[in-house]
Design a binder for this molecule. Structure first.
Ligand code: TEU
Ligand code: CA
Length: 580
């Protein structure tokens, strides 16, 4: 069984709010903190214990808040510091915790640290970012190396004032901080962490927290994409040599003064064995991390696979990704998370199940059943609780706001001289895995703009809001929303098995059905097992029972059908409590 210590962040169900598209309170078309405050009773009723708020800091919004120009202030479009204080207080009054996003690999290029750093090579902050001289090739100025930004193009940007380039692993407006300098780390701790812990936040979701330490000799990356100028350079900036030293420093010097602070890390491009080093309880670095094996199925964006190249995956690889993730922390002191959606991913219905109208609701409940039974801290994402879907196929590139998707589109456009069939392919990649799929406004009701805003929403509302919205689902005991509420209760009731149990995959090779058990040999449930059947098929499917469950007493504790039969109907889910 997984780590027994009852840290508060293990059992709680978390809900991610991406503020711009969550709920607008003042009619300017942009979601805001007061909008979120107004929905706290809704989240409480859904069974949420932890709110993770994506960046609401002062930002020019070049990467929607992940480019921060002042860690100690709230962006006016989202509200004020007083609103944030009110949010912290109201969450706590209602028995909920609040996590903020901690984005400290880079700042905005409008952060005062960067504005000073870029002036010349001798100012007091001259080394606060990663500056390197140009490489001169055939008398022409070139970036210092061939690294490709995670969002495409060179990872270096030229600044004439210094006649140098600075490193940006994401968009050019997100310069990477130079973590090698002690005074930089101290400034980050003070402004980005201590400032908020003093105000009462309970922890952080830590953005790209394995990229701070780079290979400081900045060598060229090996050519893995022949014919391309800029090459993926993950080996030189992911899990670099000083990562663990710095995360421990942060815990010991800063976090330990504030009790059991949750640090939920995002570790892009990291293999299982490496993950354990960050999350082992004795390492005291991160509380838990997001595992990307599932959401990266069909091609990991960033490793060089482009959106239009992500291919369809089969159910065995989906199950295997979960098995790997669920087994990683088993028998260790480490902890994990489970999730299928966030603000960087497509909607789970389209990506992993089906959004066909006849099966959509049932499939959304089936995925809720899967998540509700998995080990780790459960993270839901706004709109997932009502089964929101991807952007419609009919939308064109003019609706797309995400810089990552726009870069991907323009890359194909440039490469293929705007050939219409190639552009269609680029657009279908964005429709499949683009980040805007999860960033359309939350569909609160069937009134204009889905009740998200009384003004013109900053981003187009998904056309299906009359059929998929919170208000209708609140009135319907059989809705996806009602099912999620029920699932969150079941998850808590059987927490020893769901949250803390051991996962076993039963039918790895079955292409249509996902069968798994959860057991826990170290507590009162020793003679019980949860047995979960999930159908990923448009057709009826036979079931096979694990031998030790066959013929045993089985109590059906939840299902997305009223009367389960001999076979699994399309997209059916059932969970049995088996007495062994
Ligand atoms: O994302 C980190 C990351 O690795 C992304 O490249 C992710 O794989 C990609 O968005 C998928 O398209 C974090 C944030 O979650 C993301 O929103 C930010 O844009 C990024 O960091 C930079 O701060
Ligand atoms: Ca607003």
């Amino acid at each position: 069984m997984s780590a027994p210590t009852p840290n508060w962040w293990k059992k709680g169900t978390a809900y991610q709010v991406w503020p711009a598209s969550y709920k607008d309170s003042n009619g300017d078309g942009i979601g805001d903190i007061q909008g979120l405050i107004g929905t706290l009773p809704y989240l409480k009723d859904l069974g949420i214990d932890i709110v993770w708020l994506s960046p609401m800091y002062k930002s020019p919004q070049k990467d929607f808040g992940y480019d921060i120009s002042d860690y100690r202030d709230v962006d006016p479009q989202f509200g004020t510091l007083a609103d944030l204080d009110e949010l912290i207080k109201k969450c706590h009054d209602m028995g909920m915790k609040l996590l903020l996003d901690l984005v400290i690999n880079h700042t905005s290029d409008e952060h005062k640290w960067f504005l000073e750093s870029k002036k010349d090579k001798t100012n007091p902050k001259a080394d606060w970012y990663v500056w390197r001289d140009p490489k001169i090739v055939d008398g022409k100025r070139q970036p210092p190396n061939n690294w490709r930004s995670i969002f495409g193009g060179s990872a270096w940007e030229y600044v004439p004032e210094r006649d140098q380039y600075y490193l940006h692993l994401f968009v050019p407006e997100q310069p990477d901080l130079n973590w090698e300098l002690d005074e930089v780390r101290q400034a980050i701790y003070k402004e980005a962490i201590v400032f908020w812990l003093d105000r009462g936040v309970d922890g952080f979701r830590v953005d790209t927290c394995n990229l701070y330490s780079k290979n400081t000799s900045y060598p060229d990356a090996p050519v893995t994409l022949p014919g391309e100028v800029y090459q993926p350079a993950f080996t030189h900036f992911v899990n670099g040599p000083r990562m663990h030293e710095w995360l421990r420093e942060q815990r010991q010097q800063v976090l330990d003064n504030y009790g059991d602070v949750a640090m939920v890390g995002e570790l892009p491009g990291t293999e299982a064995a490496e993950v354990l080093k960050y999350v082992a309880a004795e390492a005291r670095e991160l509380s838990c991390v997001f595992d990307f094996d599932v959401v990266s199925l069909g091609g990991r964006h960033g490793d060089g696979v482009k959106k239009h190249q992500v291919h369809a995956h089969d159910l065995p690889s989906f199950k295997e990704a979960f098995r790997k993730q669920q087994h990683l922390t088993r028998g260790t002191t480490a902890w994990t998370t489970c999730f299928l959606e966030n603000h960087d991913q497509a909607r789970s219905l389209d990506r992993f199940a089906t959004s066909k109208p006849e099966f959509r609701e049932k499939a959304a409940k089936m995925l809720a059943t899967l998540l509700g039974c998995l080990t780790g801290t459960l993270f839901m994402y706004q709109g997932q609780e009502i089964g929101m879907t991807n952007i419609p196929d009919s939308w064109g590139i003019e609706e797309i706001k995400d810089p990552d998707s726009l870069n991907a589109y323009n890359d194909v456009k440039d490469r293929h001289d705007a050939d219409p069939l190639w552009l269609k392919r680029a657009m279908s990649g964005i429709q499949r895995v683009g980040r805007d799929n999860a960033r359309t406004p939350v569909q609160w009701d069937s009134s204009a703009n889905a009740g998200f805003s009384t003004g013109k929403p900053w981003m187009r509302v998904n056309d299906n809001y009359p059929e998929i919205n919170v208000a209708d689902q609140q009135k319907d005991a059989k809705s996806v929303l009602s099912y999620w509420k029920q699932m969150n209760q079941i998850r808590k009731k059987y927490a020893d098995l769901t949250v803390f149990g051991d996962f076993e995959l039963w039918d790895y090779l079955d292409p249509d059905v996902f069968t798994f058990t959860k057991e826990n040999k170290t507590n009162g449930f020793t003679n019980k097992k949860l047995l979960t059947f999930l159908s990923f098929s448009d057709e009826e499917q036979p079931m096979h029972y694990p031998p030790d469950c066959k013929g045993k007493e089985m109590e059906l504790i939840v299902s997305n059908v009223d009367t389960p039969g001999q076979y699994l109907s399309p997209w059916e889910a059932r969970v049995y409590l088996v007495t062994l």
